[in-house]
Write a protein that binds this ligand. Sequence first.
Ligand code: PMP
Length: 314
Amino acid sequence: MSHLQTSAFPFAFFEGKIVPIAKAHVNIQTNALQYGTGVFGGVRGYYNKKGKFISLFRLEDHMTRFLNSLKILGESIEYSKEDLIDITIKLLKKNAPETDTYVRPFAYAGSLSLTPNLERDNPFYFAQYMIPLGDYLPTDKGVTTCVSSWRRISDNAIPSRAKITGGYINSALAKKEANSNGFDEAIFLNEAGHVAEGSAMNLFIVRDGVLITPSKSEDILEGITRRSIMQFATDLGIPVEERTVDRSELYIADEAFFCGTGAQVAWIKEVDHRKVGSGKRGNIAGTIQDLFFRVVRGEEEKYEKWCTKIKINS
Ligand code: PMP
């Protein structure tokens, strides 16, 4: 959305080293730019003013998924997961942000060849930048949504479980349609007509005290926030179901919310002009949202293993 801050912190990792962001440029012919032959990740770092540290949420899990996205394409980069973690920490220290931060690891097909290919003559290169980032969706006032007329890309077309740059045209189409019709966000159905996810976030609904989310085979990204929330629910004794979700269930759900690195936990107040539950933040969504924000800020001992705390020296 246009209100999102997009000017990056001064340094990026590019072509094997940390450089000023203005130097992190590619040729217009670059294969990834022409055809979307790239993969990306997204990690949030929450700034703790008092302790002067950034808490990166599930950094290792994000890097695992990033490398798995490459694996799905049959591609690789020259860095291991440990290297990527190391690069992220070095770049974070160099930029020394004193605000909540979004980290974008990116791997792209760098050849200038004309053909959209994933061949050996079109190797993938790694780059990374960081931006300040507040709320991506409203987290306090309820999100308005519509079911998109666009279907979620299927596993046999562009695998949704990989974060493939070209696949995000699907997200952009859904988001554009939703926004131009006055909604905050879209909900995708997959080709089978089942509920999948938002344009760049996973979805949960609550029915009769049960937390329900579309299963991993419904053409969704296997979200790290989704996985974390399922763990919270289990720990809180809330029953969780991963299953097929029908469109009409959205209309009669007691509660619904999105989750993701960008979206965080954002409760939904309306689907296709139908109020979700009372139209207010529900009990389960509220409990999970509050816990989520404490966890990502490194304030819950039980989940501290998910937080990589990096001291910021300004
Ligand atoms: N679905 C899609 C399509 C996404 O792009 C994202 C954001 N990465 C998510 C779900 C949420 O995943 P995560 O919780 O790992 O950020």
